[in-house]
Design a protein around this ligand. Structure first.
Ligand code: SAM
Length: 291
């Protein structure tokens, strides 16, 4: 772990500024809804407000990040992973599934020539327009299909059938050569079940490409107990509620490797964790399914 340097201190504060921006959008949407006479009473109405506020936040955050501006003071937001993503995503080939593509900021790193079809499973409808516009910007509109689906097998296959991309689906069918998970497994409701389902959809020899912020490994020599405490603190302050269910304290590596134990197993595992001292340690690399 580096000494108490400004980069590390700033990284502890980043989530505060991100949350401030997310809460601003939440309150703004809530007030607008109430003024329009849509006082939220049911859980579904509150969820709609959360989804809408998160899409405004994410569009602003990812847009400003792309322009080099920052909502948070340091570069050690989850966007520290930005340096790792281009090389990682250049490995995507064949029929690709991108889980939670958000506003499509990763699209620029895909090598269109080696991709046959790509499906972006994005449950936040407020992000679909931007996603389609990015597909056109990177000349993939003929191959990029936006799915109004979440990361579970039922939702994905239902949407693929609805869009006539597949005619039917039976348990055991494999559909994808590459599955991309960038900054998304922290947000899925049941990550273990999700990873197991995605593993099942991967063709033998296919790859899962991973770039995820994870729980600080504070028990190891490179980890930081203070970063881990701050992760817990932000979670207590409502990070997940305002940030689309994102969990700062999830051990995604254990989930990914555990899935392999229960199923047929990974043929090759090439995962590393960068910035283990940080509030956003970054798990990145690939997992290849046995042939
Ligand atoms: C932090 S954003 C990351 C977006 C994009 N992958 C990136 O790195 O720029 C997380 C995305 O995952 C999506 N998401 C949340 N829960 C999901 C789920 N259960 N299935 C699929 N996507 C989900 C969110 O709507 C959001 O677009």
């Amino acid at each position: 772990m580096p000494s108490l340097n400004s980069q590390w201190l700033q990284s502890l504060l980043d989530p505060f500024f991100m949350m401030k921006s997310a809460i601003y959008h939440y309150v703004r949407i809530l007030i607008l809804e109430i003024f329009e006479g849509n006082v939220p009473l049911s859980a579904a109405q509150w969820q709609k407000i959360r989804d809408s506020a998160f899409s405004f936040f994410w569009l602003q955050y990812s847009g400003e990040r792309e322009k080099g501006k920052k909502i948070a003071p340091s570069k050690n937001t989850p966007s520290a992973s930005a340096a790792l993503i281009p090389q990682l995503l250049s490995q995507a080939t064949g029929t690709v599934l991108e889980i939670g593509p958000g506003s499509g900021t990763c699209m620029q790193f895909l090598q269109g020539s080696q991709i046959t079809q790509i499906y972006g499973a994005e449950p936040c409808i407020g992000l679909h327009r931007q996603l389609r516009s990015e597909a056109s910007r990177y000349k993939m509109q003929d191959r990029y299909h936006v799915l109004n689906a979440s990361a579970n097998v039922g939702s994905l296959t239902h949407e693929l059938i609805r869009k006539e991309e597949i005619t039917s689906f039976e348990a055991g069918d494999t559909l994808f050569d590459t599955i991309i998970c960038v900054r998304v497994l922290c947000s899925v409701p049941d990550p273990k079940e999700t990873v197991s389902g995605l593993y099942g959809l991967l063709r033998p020899g296919g790859q899962m490409l991973i770039c995820e912020h994870v729980s600080n490994p504070w028990r190891t020599s490179k980890g930081s107990i203070i970063s881990r405490i701050f992760q817990g603190l932000y979670m207590l302050l409502g990070w997940a509620y305002f940030m689309g269910d994102c969990r700062l304290d999830q051990d995604t590596e254990r989930i990914l490797l555990g899935t392999a134990d229960e199923d047929k197993g990974w043929g090759n595992i090439d995962l590393e964790v960068e910035e283990q001292w940080s509030l956003f340690p970054c798990l990145h690399g690939s997992l290849t399914k046995k042939r």
